[in-house]
Design a protein around this ligand. Structure first.
Ligand code: LMR
Length: 398
């Protein structure tokens, strides 16, 4: 019936299959963005384990959730992503639905936009997460790109970025990484976010924040600062947030899609269509991940423990960044890799070519995304020397 060519392997998740099939005992997977502890384990966080035990005893039904998910999740999510002191949650201008991970949140927003603004082009950064274009295109929207990263300076190409945003037509949509830009690890500073806010308001385009790494950059409050700056200027926005990374709930598929309207009336109408988009997609979300997050965020002790462990994770990632930069310098690598310590989040955009990524895999059994993205959060202290040796080798010889 079908005459299809093979679809290409996913550039990120496809690496897991290749890694699994590699018989080498000392293989290292720095592809998919999953945090590992010093022992190379992706841990279940302490607060999550405690919450799950509580839920096992207290859960009394497996009946459906509402289309928009657990009733308590919006009021727990909104202060986390908008600020504990924000007036927005009480204003009626903010609506939130539970979603199956950050990817699910983006797809719900995309399905909504296909209906509400079918002719809008969705602008994504160069480079960006390998799944962004696919999500919006699968919903039937067209995508285009704006410049973001200056590979020569390993920094934000601020002028090109802001100039491009200033040319995005009214009614279009711009996907912004709220923090820990994936894959570059390079984020706008405060003055740049102020400019983004001004331009969004002046030009009349809609920001969609992809907020997958809150707490992995500088802290829960610091990492939402860009969102707060843009919303303070009064523009409407979508926020697609994820609990995969900061709660380590990857396989529970838990995130949220939040819309901040210009008025409460606009938000209420939009929410009715967001629910239609969910119902015709997956009907209503699974419960377990949301119940865990809600149990932790609503209990002072569990929440404090979660924040402590998240801080430990963030510090470990930074220690691995430093180890990588120092290790490469100690091996006499001619390029200056100190920029790795300035990048935020799980990833480092190491500036290696696809051929060097292939050589890493073939000669050293070290797996990275072909764009040159390395999951620094997946390196352990025991692996650091091998990773630095491997990188030094391919930088010198490929
Ligand atoms: C990543 O970028 O590695 C993660 O967001 C996992 C994914 O779904 O691609």
């Amino acid at each position: 019936m079908f005459n299809l060519d093979m679809a290409p392997a996913d550039p990120i998740l496809g690496l897991n299959d290749a890694f699994r099939n590699d018989p080498a005992a000392d293989k290292i997977n720095l592809g998919v963005g999953v945090y590992m502890d010093d022992d190379g384990v992706t841990p279940i966080m302490r607060a999550v384990k405690k919450a799950e035990k509580m839920l096992l005893d207290s859960e009394s039904t497996k009946s459906y959730l509402a289309i928009s998910g657990l009733p308590s999740l919006p009021s727990l999510t909104q202060p986390l992503i908008l600020g504990e002191a924000s007036d927005l949650p009480g204003s009626g201008r903010v609506v939130t639905a539970q979603a199956p991970g950050g990817t699910g949140a983006l797809r719900v927003a995309a399905d909504f936009l296909r209906k509400a603004a079918p002719n809008a082009t969705v602008w994504i950064s160069t480079p960006t997460w390998a799944n962004h274009a696919g999500i919006f295109q699968a919903a039937g929207l067209s995508t285009d790109t704006y410049p973001y990263y200056d590979a020569a300076r390993q920094d934000l190409d601020r002028d090109a970025f802001l100039t491009a945003l200033d040319k995005v037509p009214a009614g279009n949509v711009v996907v912004l990484h709220a923090c820990c830009h994936n894959p570059s690890g390079v984020d706008p500073d405060t003055s740049t976010w102020e400019e983004v806010a001004r331009i969004a308001g002046a030009r009349g385009w809609l920001p969609i924040f992809d907020f997958a790494y809150q707490g992995f950059g500088d802290g829960l409050a610091e990492d939402r600062a860009g969102i707060v700056t843009v919303l303070d200027s009064g523009v409407p926005a979508f926020i697609c947030s994820s609990y995969s990374k900061n709660f380590g709930l990857y396989n529970e598929r838990i995130g949220a899609v939040t819309f901040v309207g210009e008025t409460a009336d606009e938000a209420e109408r939009a929410f009715s269509h967001i629910k239609v988009a969910i119902r015709s997609n997956y009907s209503n979300p699974p419960s377990h991940g949301g119940s865990i997050v809600a149990a932790i965020l609503s209990d002072a002790e569990l929440r404090a423990d979660w924040e402590d462990e998240l801080t430990t994770m963030r510090r470990r990632i930074f220690a691995m960044r430093k180890g990588l930069a120092d290790g490469l310098a100690a091996r006499g690598v001619s390029r200056d890799f100190s920029f790795i310590t300035a990048q935020k989040g799980m990833f480092s955009f190491a500036g290696i070519t696809p051929a060097q990524v292939d050589a890493l895999r073939v000669r050293h059994h070290v797996y990275a995304v072909r764009s040159g993205r390395i999951n620094v959060a997946g390196i352990t202290p025991a692996q650091m020397d091998r990773v630095c040796d491997a990188l030094a080798d391919v930088l010198a010889n490929d």
